[in-house]
Design a protein around this ligand. Structure first.
Ligand code: NAD
Length: 300
């Protein structure tokens, strides 16, 4: 089976490489030549546009930064819609607004093309290992058709509901992870101020009601979890800017639904501030670095 892979960046690069390793023919396109060249080194053919890649493939996969990039890559000039044949299946694995997934799905549907959303969780290590969690929204028969392609990139594949539902699951998950990064960072800054050993505190919390997956796997304090980005000077991992974007998706969704949200917008703004202070392209757990105490002489 031939797969068009559009967006071969931080995540898409290793995901496309896994498709090649598992025996799929891959034709890749990225607007950044270096990202496309990396995909070619991993064994993909190169296309000159999203339309050209989509024209040749039975399944089109996209892995792009945000909603506007997805709209552009599908519906813009030389986009997927210009090349893809009737009856084909498109799988968008980017994290974007559920309403945009539905809008793109509708536009493709009008031209006889099928679309499912399949955002992922797990970051670069699991993209490389082919063990991502994948949350899928779409018609059951389309999800089944995509399953062999998804299984080459992920270990846990969940069919959540109709188109857009994968994105809903993803933004709910990242709301919790983003808030947890800020909460864990605040707690450990307080402990540090009192001179409590962060390793001891981690052991305590791991067996107490404040335990979180984020602390155990992506500890914001350097030197506690060997595989955490914090221990590699916050090399991403998952960039602060992308997590701020995802919290924004959750806040927008809540606004549309008139659901009150309090901690998600607070965490989003902390991450935005961290970004504007130079941490945007670091891992989002670098928010711990940003939450430094003020000078000891500052009035309380
Ligand atoms: P990235 O910016 O590294 O990669 C995106 C790629 O898309 C880039 O190479 C860019 O040049 C390309 N691109 C943009 N517009 C394009 C277009 N019109 N046509 C073709 N290519 C285009 O981002 P990433 O970290 O790979 O993230 C991709 C998506 O996955 C995001 O939505 C992100 O939120 C999500 N995600 C990322 C992680 C992570 O750990 N990095 C984890 C889970 C989910």
């Amino acid at each position: 089976m031939k797969v068009a892979f559009i967006g071969t960046g931080t995540m898409g690069g290793p995901m496309a490489a896994n498709l090649v390793k598992k025996g799929f023919a891959v034709v890749a396109y990225d607007i950044v030549p270096a990202a496309l060249a990396a995909a070619a080194r991993a064994g993909a053919e190169q296309a000159g546009s999203a339309a050209e890649a989509a024209k040749q493939a039975e399944v089109v996969v996209t892995m792009l930064p945000s909603s506007s990039h997805v709209e552009q890559a599908y519906l813009g000039p030389a986009g997927v819609l210009e090349g893809v044949m009737r009856g084909r299946l498109c799988v968008d694995m980017s994290t974007i607004e559920p309403v945009v997934s539905r809008r793109v799905a509708e536009r493709l549907h009008q031209r006889g093309v099928r679309f499912i959303d399949a955002p992922v969780s797990g970051g670069v290590p699991r993209a490389e290992d082919g063990t991502l969690a994948i949350m899928v929204g779409g018609e059951a028969k389309d999800v089944e058709e995509a399953r062999p392609v998804l299984a080459a990139m992920g270990a846990n594949i969940f069919h959540v509901g109709p188109v857009g539902s994968g994105e809903v699951a993803k933004l709910c998950n990242n709301l919790i992870a983003g808030v947890a990064a800020v909460a864990v960072s605040e707690a450990f800054r307080i402990a540090e101020g009192f001179g409590v050993d962060p390793k001891v505190l981690t052991d305590v919390i791991a067996k107490s009601s404040g335990n979180t997956w984020l602390m155990e796997n992506m500890h914001p304090v350097p030197g506690i979890v060997a595989r955490a980005s914090s221990t590699r000077d916050y090399a991403p991992g998952f960039m602060t800017d992308l997590m701020a974007k995802d919290l924004g998706l959750a806040v927008n969704a809540a606004r549309t639904l008139r659901v009150p949200v309090v901690v998600a917008p607070a965490a989003q703004q902390v991450l935005r501030l961290a970004s504007s202070h130079g941490l945007g392209r670091k891992d989002f757990t670098s928010v711990y670095q940003f939450l430094k105490p003020s000078d000891g002489n500052a009035p309380v």
